[in-house]
Write a protein that binds this ligand. Structure first.
Ligand SMILES: Cc1ncc(C[n+]2csc(CCOP(=O)(O)OP(=O)(O)O)c2C)c(N)n1
Ligand SMILES: [Mg+2]
Length: 317
């Protein structure tokens, strides 16, 4: 990645990290209702893939989707507004964290059903294929989602019909409290797409440059009509599964080992080596200001009346 782009990727990852921290605090205060799955630790996957996207490409996300939205250029105030039930929210606050939708920036939706986004992305890829739009569709999901039946049905169909879909599995080692070794039979996630003849590679999900390179490698043949591709990004969620998780199923030592590979620290070190040390505090200050302004804009926006909850269920009304 050229240095300027690495700097902008760092800024995006920092925005995601600090937004997620703020969202976590607001949730604890009771300002956000429902549930909330933070992606702290996984920022490099979202940003690395987004760096490889082109205008017109579309993304389908999962329950852990705030980072995907922000990586695609989503507005912090509209994300926060959605979580806080405000008019300014992407779905006017009627969807919340797991039902974000921002078609204007190519985000077809987040999805609370484990694996639920996979057939939607595959369908969007079928549409792009039939209409010859040239768009690539990216689908983010977790390791746990690869155990859902619909994962296998979708990959089979995408391979048979050479659909332009990039499946990105964020393997953060756990599905709720269950480690991958207790959920993925055979232990090898990549064996699954490969069984359907889909080219697949594993990438270091803590290294934003490595993720971007892998996404470009996967997208080039896909854009040339050669069918789907699959990336397994090796990553880790630094926080609990959701806000109620007490993290009793893993050790503090394991967490500390992964923290040594914090995607933000790795990128910061690279930038410092390249001579950008003095710039980094400015970036952080700017991001913090952006988040504070977003929160102000969100709080100024009126709450969405509960009577309108059922409006816009099927389309952005
Ligand atoms: C069909 C379905 N089954 C169970 C759940 C409950 N659930 C929510 S998230 C989750 C784990 C998902 O794990 P993974 O796909 O690895 O994603 P991660 O949470 O690790 O990002 C489960 C089982 C659900 N939402 N939908
Ligand atoms: Mg997982």
């Amino acid at each position: 990645m050229p240095e300027e782009r690495l700097l902008s990727a760092y800024r995006k990852m920092l925005l995601i990290r600090l937004m997620e921290e703020r969202i976590g605090a607001l949730f604890t205060e009771g300002a956000i209702a429902g549930t909330c799955h933070l992606c702290i630790g996984q920022e490099a996957v979202a940003v690395g893939v987004a760096e490889a996207l082109e205008l017109g490409d579309e993304v389908v996300s999962c329950h852990r989707g705030h980072g995907h939205l922000l990586a695609m250029g989503g507005e912090p105030a509209r994300l926060l507004g959605e979580l806080m039930g405000r008019q300014i929210g992407y779905c006017r606050g009627r969807g919340g964290s797991q039902h974000l939708s921002a078609p204007g920036i190519g985000l077809l939706g987040t999805n609370g059903i484990t694996g639920g986004g996979i057939p939607i992305a595959t369908g969007a890829a079928l549409s792009a294929h039939l209409l010859r739009t040239g768009a690539a569709i990216v689908c983010f999901f977790g390791d746990g989602a690869t155990n859902q039946g619909v994962f296998h049905e979708s990959l089979n169909m995408a391979a048979l019909w050479s659909l332009p879909v990039l499946y990105v599995c964020e393997n953060n080692r756990y599905a709720m409290s269950e480690p991958v070794c207790r959920t993925v039979a055979g232990g090898d996630i990549l064996a699954r797409p490969r069984a359907y003849g889909i080219s697949a590679e594993c990438v270091d999900g803590m290294d934003v440059e490595a993720v971007e390179a892998a996404a470009r490698r996967a997208l080039a043949p896909l854009r040339a009509g050669k069918g789907p591709a699959f990336i397994e990004a090796a990553t880790y969620r630094f926080c609990g599964h959701s806000k109620s998780d007490k993290l009793l199923y893993r050790t503090r030592e394991e967490e500390a080992k992964w923290r040594e590979r914090d995607p933000l620290t790795l990128t910061r070190l690279k930038l410092e080596k390249a001579g950008w040390k003095e710039t980094l505090p400015w970036i952080e200050e700017e991001v913090r200001r952006q988040i504070a302004e977003a929160e102000e804009a969100c709080r100024r926006s009126p709450l969405t009346p509960p009577e309108t909850a059922l409006q816009g269920v099927y389309a952005d009304a």
